[in-house]
Design a binder for this molecule. Structure first.
Ligand SMILES: [Zn+2]
Length: 407
């Protein structure tokens, strides 16, 4: 089943996508048997950036596709595209997993913590608190967790009485810690399901969430904007791979089986990602789980993380920079900023290292960023933008860290 899906995908890509056509020809890859799949050179974020249009299938009109802008873990903005059917399918896969954990979840009221309006035009994510009556969603912006907003969020949740909260682990931890400090009772909010998504979930975080919401099922969704959901946890806290949606490989394994995670999307034919290195480390376990699921388990060692920094008594999520840069690129209608890294040098000053093929725009970018943060957060910051050849690798972890905030 998986083999035939992979074969079908690579045959399609070899016929319809100029990037793969060329790649297969250059590497003498005939796409007739499954062994050929493992000869395909891995796909990286850099390759996608450089070949964006060439990866898209000729069978689709680019203007008909949905665009997803993402900066992932390495601050490398990408434009990913998929068609409307794929969006429906992705969403169905995710809801199927939620329903397996909580049979009555569909149609219940939900709280969605989000990072603000990242699309052009109007959106329900424009303000800090918005309610989508039709779809029964209360939207809360997690970028700025200051005293006033968190109190308002607590009251909004108490009034709305959601069944389900979907949140980034770092954001819900900020929320819980604030509530604890200020005597606001989270266990009485009546929440029955919490989905942690978008960042690596440390055990202590899951524990903290469980303690704050003792009646809730706490689920972990491992995904990426490029693929949506990759793996979803069961009641034994194992991350089961969504095997009908993605194929997961581990490359360059160590003696314990941990290595670089590479993902192939089995359903996106508009812009196929084959053997895409997502930037996380993990291993796949086939020995089964105590739950009824048959799918293999993904064990993560490290994955994308994000954090808050402090400024004038506000806790501000690092993704404010990611949003700002995506907006800057969107305004330019081009990937002006190809990669970035943020350093907080004093409470209100930041250095942003930038990789770009352009120059002469750092002053414009500095002003754009300062204004962006002023208009979104009402906070004054000093930004210094510097073009550089390469970003700094952390000497201890030997990894590239996108956000480097003062502790
Ligand atoms: Zn399980």
């Amino acid at each position: 089943m998986v083999e035939s899906n992979l074969l079908r995908l690579m045959q399609y890509a070899g016929m319809n996508c100029p990037y793969y056509e060329n790649l297969f020809r250059m590497n003498n890859i005939n796409v007739f048997n499954i062994e050929d799949f493992f000869k395909i050179p891995v796909l990286t974020k850099q390759i996608i950036q450089q070949n964006e249009r060439l990866i898209i299938s000729r069978a689709y009109r680019i203007e008909d596709l949905i665009v997803e802008r993402t900066s992932g873990s390495t601050g490398l903005p990408l434009y990913c595209r998929y068609d409307k059917e794929e969006r429906v399918r992705r969403s169905m896969f995710l809801w199927r997993e939620r329903k397996r954990n909580s049979p009555s979840i569909i149609g219940q009221r939900m709280v969605n913590f989000h990072a603000g309006n990242r699309v052009q035009g109007t959106s329900l994510r424009e303000n800090n608190i918005e309610i989508d009556e039709k779809n029964k969603v209360l939207y809360l912006n997690y970028l700025d967790m200051n005293k006033n907003t968190v109190t308002e969020y607590y009251n909004a949740i108490a009034r709305y009485k959601p069944f389900f909260i979907r949140c980034q682990p770092s954001a819900i931890c900020e929320f819980i810690r604030f509530c604890k400090k200020n005597g606001l009772e989270t266990s009485s909010l009546g929440v029955e399901y919490i989905e942690l998504a978008g960042e690596f979930v440390h055990d202590y975080v899951a524990e903290e969430v469980k303690n704050a919401f003792p009646n809730a099922f706490v689920a972990n969704q491992y995904g990426a904007q490029e693929f949506f959901c990759i793996a979803y946890s069961c009641r034994f806290n194992s991350l089961h791979i969504l095997e009908d949606s993605v194929y997961v490989e581990i490359l360059n394994k160590d003696q314990d089986g941990f290595g670089e995670i590479a993902i192939t999307s089995l359903n996106n034919y508009a812009m196929p990602f084959i053997r895409y290195k997502i930037g996380d480390i993990g291993r796949v376990i086939h020995t089964g789980c105590n739950c009824e699921k048959q799918e293999a388990i993904l064990e993560l060692k490290s994955a994308r993380s994000c954090e808050y920094f402090e400024l004038n008594g506000h806790k501000v999520h690092g993704n404010i920079f990611k949003n700002c840069i995506e907006k800057f690129n969107a305004n330019k209608n081009d990937l002006f900023i190809r990669q970035f890294q943020v350093f907080q040098v004093s409470e209100d000053s930041f250095v942003i290292n930038i990789i770009s093929e352009r120059d002469g725009f750092t002053e414009e970018f500095k002003n754009f960023t300062e204004n962006y943060i002023k208009s979104r957060m009402d906070l004054v910051v000093n930004v210094k933008a510097e073009l550089c050849e390469e970003l700094q690798i952390n000497p201890v972890s030997r990894k590239l860290k996108m956000y480097n905030f003062l502790k």
